[in-house]
Design a protein around this ligand. Structure first.
Ligand SMILES: C[S@@+](CC[C@H](N)C(=O)[O-])C[C@H]1O[C@@H](n2cnc3c(N)ncnc32)[C@H](O)[C@@H]1O
Length: 300
């Protein structure tokens, strides 16, 4: 078994780490660990790409289009990008929305979230709440975000479309917008490449099977790679006007978290989640079971 340092060296030599790990471990689908390692090793590459004029223009057009879609649906007061990466999409989207929109993002990879934090600061955006989290156990409360959206983050999780859509839908209050590979809308070359990489499929069909109202499913007008065309899927959620009592939530029980002594404590799970470099680490695996944390740490 290769160590992460060896994998890092292979990444620097240009190897596709997701594919290599899948082959070496005989996996049919990418696992959380494979995705985390592969993306964490890439940290910094999206921000570096913003120095390229063509990429910067593409990103500007892509994010303006996402924001336009949002504004055609509602005036959101809160948005969450699930699988935020380095926030190079989130920053562009926010530039096209009202400045008082509350914004949130999470990602599997701590390094990418840390990079996202720096990137947003460099863009004069310091109010976004960021944390680590997993699409399978999103650390946000039910109905807590007017709009939840993704930009190619369901992509590597092929085979797990249903549980991921259920989680995203749970958190959304009004709309769920998915900008993800358009497998069914692509040609044979596109399908072959997406199959090879283990990309997600059939998001529209999965949403419909779950009984979610799909308002739109079509190719997105802006795509960087013709072999990985983005499709946009808009799903409506009519959660009513109920305001959630909390936003960040225990990833296991979706209940409130208490910030105590630089940690996040889940009174329901009796687990402490660390805050590392200012980033709450809210993946289930990040937690430490500590039923006496409050009593021992904060004696009356
Ligand atoms: C292709 S990048 C896109 C990043 C960002 N959304 C953007 O548009 O620039 C995919 C991101 O999704 C994250 N991701 C993939 N699977 C995830 C999961 N199960 N939970 C949380 N994040 C995930 C990866 O870590 C990576 O940062």
């Amino acid at each position: 078994m290769r160590t992460p340092r060896e994998l890092q060296a292979l990444y620097q030599q240009g190897k596709n780490i997701t594919q290599l790990l899948r082959e070496e471990h005989g996996l049919q689908h990418n696992t959380d660990t494979v995705i985390e390692i592969a993306y964490d090793l890439q940290t910094g590459s999206y921000i570096a790409a913003m120095n390229d004029a063509d990429m910067e223009r593409h990103k500007r057009e892509y994010t303006a289009e996402i924001a336009k879609t949002m504004l055609s649906l509602c005036q959101p007061t809160s948005i969450l990008e699930a699988g935020v990466g380095e926030a190079t999409t989130l920053s562009g989207v926010l530039q096209n929305l009202e400045p008082d929109v509350s914004s949130y993002g999470f990602d599997l990879s701590w390094s990418r979230v840390a990079c996202a934090k720096q990137w947003l600061l460099s863009q004069g955006m310091d109010t976004t709440t960021l944390c680590t989290g997993n699409l399978f156990h999103i650390p946000f409360a039910d109905n807590s975000m007017d709009i939840v959206y993704t930009s190619h983050s369901i992509e590597p999780n092929g085979g797990n479309e249903k549980p991921i859509l259920q989680e995203l839908f749970r958190v959304a209050k009004k709309f769920l917008i998915l900008c993800e590979p358009g497998y069914e809308l692509g040609n044979e070359d596109v399908k072959k490449r997406m199959d090879l990489h283990g990309y997600c499929k059939n998001l529209k069909g999965t949403a419909e099977d779950l009984g979610y109202p799909v308002l739109t499913h079509k190719l997105f007008p802006v795509t960087a790679n013709p072999l990985n065309p983005t499709a946009i899927t808009v799903i409506e959620k009519q959660a009513g006007s109920m305001a959630p009592s909390h936003v960040l939530a225990c990833p296991q029980y979706k209940t409130p978290l208490e910030q105590l002594d630089g940690m996040m404590f889940s009174p329901e799970a009796l687990v402490v989640y660390p805050i590392v470099g200012g980033i709450p680490c809210l993946r289930i695996g990040n937690g430490i079971f500590a039923s006496k944390y409050k009593e021992l740490h904060f004696p009356r």
